[in-house]
Design a protein around this ligand. Structure first.
Ligand SMILES: Cc1cc2nc3c(=O)[nH]c(=O)nc-3n(C[C@H](O)[C@H](O)[C@H](O)COP(=O)(O)O)c2cc1C
Length: 189
């Protein structure tokens, strides 16, 4: 079994990126388990808070979930042609203390995708993640791309990703990433 964790970088209930993550969970191929991690409850990064209280429980839990997973998928929104602050803030907490970065992110296969109502589907934000992931010494997967544009037209009345063509693209994206992750795993006897 290959274990992936996906994180949506949005907090709002009707988030297109969370809908994309939920659809990916449904569409993960046999032998691949994709679970949702959450940035909810992670406070704004504050070095004084870290010094006084250590890593907040929500961040510590997410760190352990990522460390235990074989691969990580970021479902990123785009704000003002960049990474939304809430998502970057969460990853900043996950990078603390810096001595723990190798355990959480070191060599970790990471795929990036995203959805937006705009015409480019978070491409600029996805690109903005690259130097962050490089700094964390993650193994950013470059074998596929998924930028879901006009996301508001692809959902049903319940906010679920219903567009079949997009679901097909998403299924291929997850399957291709999982195959990359599996190829890096030691053979199981
Ligand atoms: C402050 C702000 C800035 C935004 N900037 C962009 C942008 O640069 N590019 C884009 O495609 N959408 C932009 N949007 C629209 C978001 O893509 C849209 O709100 C989207 O629904 C957010 O992702 P979510 O559905 O997962 O919450 C922006 C939205 C906000 C609130």
């Amino acid at each position: 079994m290959t274990r992936l964790i996906g994180i949506s970088g949005a907090l709002r209930r009707a988030s297109f990126n969370t809908a994309l993550l939920n659809a990916a969970i449904e569409l993960a191929p046999a032998g691949v388990e994709l679970v949702a991690g959450s940035i909810r409850g992670i406070p704004l990064y504050d070095g004084d808070l870290e010094a006084a209280e250590g890593i907040p429980p929500a961040a510590a839990q997410l760190k352990d979930q990522i460390a235990a997973a074989d691969g990580l998928v970021l479902f990123t929104p785009e704000y003002n042609n960049g990474i939304p602050g809430v998502f970057k803030n969460a990853i900043d907490w996950l990078s603390r203390p810096a001595t723990d970065i190798p355990r959480v992110f070191g060599g970790k296969p990471v795929a990036i995708c995203g959805a937006s109502p705009g015409p480019y589907g978070t491409l600029i934000s996805q690109t903005a993640w690259l130097p962050v992931l490089r700094t964390l010494q993650a193994d950013t997967w470059a074998g596929g791309r998924l930028a879901v544009a006009r996301a508001n037209t692809l959902m049903d009345a319940q906010g679920k990703l219903s567009d079949e063509a997009t679901r097909t693209r998403l299924a291929k994206f997850i399957a291709d990433f999982a195959a990359y992750v599996q190829a890096r795993q030691p053979a199981q006897s």
